[in-house]
Ligand binder design. Structure first.
Ligand code: SAH
Length: 257
């Protein structure tokens, strides 16, 4: 065996496992997880793939130890097939970025494959109807890694541009008023009648809830918004029909129907 081979027997997959239910996990993700020697992730995500666990070694880590987890995965992947699980999609506020950053920093020769998944925005949009069929922006209100000033700038820019807005990480225990602050900024350039969807635990077996309201009334539901919630704010053309949000794509301007 050559030196390069002996250093490169393993493989690291960063696997997006979708919003939470087995039905919405891709076939590719399931195959990668079933065939892995080692699976690394935090307990919430590992619980969501329980049905795929058999003889793999499982390493449970806790939130807030992401750098450590990425390093460990890269080191183990020298000689093992390792799957690191990431909720939703592995890119969107997921582990793909950190894993590649750490690999670059260490000049690692480990093979890394990023496996995509259904992100919260798609899951939530499906339950709300069709709020996101046109240009949209996704903004996380978590100011742990992004300064709040930057988040505010992005909120102003996307509201001014009349884009549909998906809000991830609207709240946490430490950051309880970020959502209220964001709504205040968006209301400066958007009418109170604009539809808003608040969805918790989308496409998970427990705790799913869907609320359709408007920008003027959304803070009446403030207590419903937590770290398992994604909020979608429509644009100036979005409307509500039968408790569903529809953002017209523009067909009505071009065709009669
Ligand atoms: N990589 C994930 C996002 C991680 S950030 C993805 O692509 O979906 C964590 C945030 O995602 C949560 O605070 C929440 O806003 C959102 N989220 C993740 N899963 C969700 C679900 N099933 N229902 C509603 N929101 C969800």
């Amino acid at each position: 065996m050559s030196l390069s081979q002996s250093h490169n027997n393993g493989m690291l997959y960063v696997v997006g496992i979708g919003p939470g239910s087995p039905d919405h996990l891709t076939i590719k993700a399931a195959n990668v997880l079933k065939n892995a020697d080692i699976i690394i992730g935090n307990s919430t995500y590992l619980d969501q793939i329980n049905h795929l666990l058999n003889s793999q070694q499982v390493i449970r880590s806790t939130m807030g130890h992401e750098v450590e987890r990425a390093k460990k995965a890269i080191h183990l992947a020298r000689d093992n097939t390792v799957a690191m699980v990431s909720g939703g999609d592995s890119n969107i506020y997921g582990m793909a970025g950190l894993v590649l950053e750490v690999a670059r920093h260490e000049n690692s020769q480990v093979d890394i494959e990023i496996v995509p998944g259904v992100t919260a925005l798609s899951a939530v949009a499906s339950l709300l109807g069709a709020p996101v069929v046109t240009d949209f922006a996704v903004i996380s209100l978590s100011d742990l890694l992004t300064p709040w000033d930057t988040i505010e700038k992005r909120l102003h820019a996307t509201s001014d541009a009349d884009m549909v807005i998906g809000i991830y990480n609207p709240k946490s225990r430490q950051r309880n008023n970020n959502f209220q602050r964001a709504v205040k900024i968006i209301r400066r350039s958007r009418e109170d009648s604009v539809p808003v969807g608040i969805v918790k635990n989308a496409l998970r077996s427990e705790g799913e809830s869907v609320i359709v309201t408007t920008l003027g009334k959304v803070l009446e539901y403030n207590d419903e918004v937590d770290m398992r919630t994604t909020v979608i704010i429509g644009n100036s053309e979005s409307g509500i029909w039968n408790s569903r949000i529809i953002t017209p794509r523009g067909y009505h301007k071009k065709y009669d129907y």
